[in-house]
Design a protein around this ligand. Structure first.
Ligand SMILES: NC(=O)C1=CN([C@@H]2O[C@H](COP(=O)(O)OP(=O)(O)OC[C@H]3O[C@@H](n4cnc5c(N)ncnc54)[C@H](OP(=O)(O)O)[C@@H]3O)[C@@H](O)[C@H]2O)[C@@H](O)CC1
Ligand SMILES: [K+]
Length: 583
């Protein structure tokens, strides 16, 4: 599923309208209908949850069935009867004129527009907050459909209705012609307390900056009402590209995202303000996105398979042996953080690689022997206190030269000469390199773009704090536009970047971006990052390319976290080792 910026969306709108010849009003009609359908779906869920109607959630209540089903008797169009349901269909008497009339009746049923039908519709009264742009036009189109379905609706214009233009003005006039009641902010009283829900069609992808004037007032009042809000395209007040929230910003129960998923809806805090996000097709062909050069997508199994070419089933060859699945060298762990190395090494094995050698300060070796018998250990020298030192680089280089992947960083610590140490690895290791934790902190202090490189891929896996150090910005600045920053950094530094956090972002040196959707809040626990480093290294060792391994590693890591969280009595009890066991 593609992820677009507001500008990319505008271009795709234009292409659809100008090159394909689909009228803008048709797209708006589709948008309005999609929004109305999601409002109705929300009403059904609410009815179901409150026990008003046991049929409601199925979207096919008993009243609806009786009123709308039409049973047509016979194949010659004889009699058509509405409103009495299936009982009529039993009257087949073989009088269709077909000889040998032993055929069973060919009953067929005609249904009304189920998605726009609601039991107890009269109990609903929705306010439609309409801005003066096309987002407002979408809301006005939705209002017509809701009214058609029997819900009471009141239009609430943020600006004088005569200021609407283009397709939005067409919708305004259609609504007026149908006699849909309307009020105007600043002129009329708006009864938020009396409504049962609110459609937010104030601002969409054309909004810029903090909502002003009437828009700000209406957003604040809608939030304060406590009524469920269905946002058209994006919650008004959200930055569609970055996920930043302006003040005020709608807090929606549902966001009906139109045509293509906007980047801001998958980045926090925007993802939190959007509620449940439903992407609805409105007639803009999704294929246009790739043709137009859209580079970001949500990381789904389908994207992993078709776009990234990952074999998500991870088939093993019947002839395979441990040598088939690659050998990871991990340089990690120090006295106080030896567990980080152990977690990464075990995760690499659980990700399916054939062999893992864990290089560590020699003084630590006696303490970790036997901790995981599947791991091979290599003493890399270092201080008597179990720390790394600059001289260990030669041994890591020697060991790493023979391995399919080298990963370093977890539990490494900082030490005198560590910048030169990392430079030697960077310049001397010709297999793919995975850098995490302190390796990233070291890198942040180096002008590493000037280092020579053997031309192999490098994967960096920073959390937001490490990313801030790498990019020379503050952590809040990192979080303000995770996709944009990760993409720009990966391209500029020719690395595969894995920006960790809720909805981890994976960016390639070519500017491709994948946003992960697996994971669990319980994964915020020490060692979770070490597990990811090991997993990515383990996948690389098996022959995946750097982007495949980073993306699939992140995806599987999130799934393992979900599984592990579900297996505890409470998700907050989740620890990193549980994720390895859940792989
Ligand atoms: N194009 C198409 O074919 C399709 C478009 N679609 C829909 O259109 C949406 C985009 O529509 P859009 O481009 O008209 O912009 P939109 O978000 O309605 O806002 C513009 C208005 O807001 C105002 N305004 C801006 N910032 C403001 C602020 N901070 N505070 C207050 N006011 C502010 C601005 O006023 P101005 O500043 O110009 O005076 C202008 O009047 C998109 O999200 C989707 O829903 C779909 O139906 C598919 C087909
Ligand atoms: K909106």
């Amino acid at each position: 599923m593609d992820l677009v910026t507001a500008e990319e969306m505008r271009q795709l709108d234009r292409t659809t309208i100008e090159k394909l010849g689909i009228p803008a009003i048709a797209l708006m009609e589709n948008a309005g209908r999609a929004i109305a359908e999601e409002v109705i779906a929300l009403c059904r869920r609410r009815q179901y949850n409150s026990g008003n109607s046991v049929h409601a959630d199925a979207g096919h209540g008993s009243d609806w069935g009786m009123e709308s089903d039409i049973v047509r008797r016979g194949s010659n169009g004889g009699s058509v009867t509405g409103g009495t349901g299936r009982s009529i269909g039993g009257g087949w008497n073989g009088s269709s004129g077909v000889s040998g009339g032993a055929q069973p009746p060919q009953e067929f049923r005609v249904s009304a527009d189920r998605a726009l039908t609601l039991d107890h519709a009269a109990a609903e009264h929705w306010l439609i907050l309409a801005g003066k742009g096309n987002n407002g036009g979408d809301g006005l189109a939705a209002a017509r459909h809701l009214r058609e379905a029997g819900l009471a609706v009141t239009l609430v214009y943020a600006a004088a209705p005569q200021t609407l233009a283009g397709e939005a003005a067409v919708q305004r006039d259609a609504a007026a012609a149908l006699g849909i009641p309307a009020v105007v902010h600043g002129r009329d009283r708006i009864d938020f307390a009396g409504c049962t829900g609110i459609v937010d069609a104030l601002l969409g992808t054309g909004s810029a900056g903090e909502p002003r004037g009437a828009y700000a007032d209406l957003i604040a009042a809608a939030n304060a009402s406590g009524k469920p809000i269905v946002s058209a395209d994006i919650p008004s007040g959200l930055d569609a590209d970055t996920g930043a929230l302006h003040e005020p910003c709608i807090h929606a129960a549902v966001t009906v995202c139109l045509a293509l998923l906007k980047r801001g809806l998958v980045q926090y805090p925007g993802a939190g303000a959007a509620g449940r996000v439903v992407v609805r097709s409105i007639g803009i062909p999704a294929a246009l996105a790739r043709e137009a050069g859209v580079q970001a997508s949500l990381l789904t199994p389908e994207v992993l398979q078709t776009r990234l070419g990952v074999d998500v089933s991870r088939r093993r060859s019947p002839e395979g042996h441990k040598g088939t699945y690659g050998h990871v060298l991990l340089a990690a762990g120090s006295l106080s953080m030896s567990g980080a190395g152990l977690l990464a090494a075990r995760a690499a094995l659980r990700a399916g690689c054939g062999l893992v050698t864990w290089a560590l300060p020699a003084a630590l070796l006696p303490y970790v022997i036997g901790a995981a018998p599947e791991i091979m250990l290599a003493a890399a020298g270092g201080g008597e206190d179990g720390t790394w030192n600059a001289e260990t680089a030669a041994e890591v280089l020697r060991l790493g030269g023979k391995r399919d992947v080298v990963a370093t960083g977890p539990g490494l610590g900082r030490f005198a000469g560590d910048r030169e140490w990392l430079r030697m690895l960077w310049e001397g290791i010709s297999s793919p390199l995975v850098l995490d934790a302190d390796a990233l902190n070291i890198l942040a202090e180096c002008n590493y773009t000037e280092w020579s490189s053997p031309g192999r891929p490098v994967i960096l896996t920073p959390h937001p704090g490490e990313m801030a150090r790498l990019a020379g910005v503050s952590t809040p600045q990192v979080q303000r536009d995770r996709i944009g920053l990760a993409q720009a950094y990966a391209v500029k530094h020719s690395v595969v970047l894995v920006l960790k956090g809720s909805h981890t972002v994976i960016a390639s040196p070519e500017g491709e971006v994948y946003v992960n959707a697996t994971g669990h809040p319980g994964m915020g626990t020490g060692g979770a990052g070490d597990v990811l480093t090991g997993m990515i290294a383990g996948l690389l060792a098996q022959g995946m390319d750097a982007v495949q391994a980073a993306a699939f590693g992140v995806y599987l890591h999130g799934l393992a976290g979900e599984r592990a969280a579900g297996s505890r009595n409470h998700p907050s009890a989740l620890i990193a080792g549980d994720m390895i066991e859940a792989l």
